[in-house]
Design a protein. Structure first.
Length: 123
């Protein structure tokens, strides 16, 4: 059933101080999908902005930062690339790690890009 009223733009603020990466990312993904709104529809990107504050105070043990490896493959021979989480943090910052984690929790469809544009990470 569709609703006749258009959803108003809303903002959710998540404080990442002393919280783990997965818990913060799952809260953000849940809000970006629109599941906290009464106007939730699987086929629409609801105008929700999610702001994650204090990302630099996130609880990340050294075992996680050294052990987590991000991989990608270009499709060509020799095109397999690996990046450890601590390398990614030094190159691009903790915000990129949070964005990659939330991005992995959003469904792979046409609404993924418009939803991810509504994610703001403040260190």
């Amino acid at each position: 059933m569709t609703s006749n009223t258009k959803p108003k733009p809303t903002t959710y603020t998540i404080d990442a101080t002393d919280r783990t990466l997965g818990r913060v990312a799952s809260d953000a993904a849940h809000a970006l999908l629109g599941k906290r709104s009464v106007h939730f529809a699987k086929n629409q990107a609801i105008p929700v902005t999610v702001v994650i504050e204090n990302a630099d105070k996130l609880h990340l043990p050294s075992r996680r930062t050294k052990g987590k490896v991000y991989t990608r493959y270009s499709g060509y021979p020799g095109g397999f690339f690996e990046t450890r989480m601590d390398e990614l943090i030094t190159k691009k910052g903790i915000a990129e790690v949070l964005k990659k984690t939330v991005d992995g929790m959003i469904p792979r469809n046409k609404l993924r890009k418009p939803r991810m544009k509504n994610l703001v990470v403040k260190a």
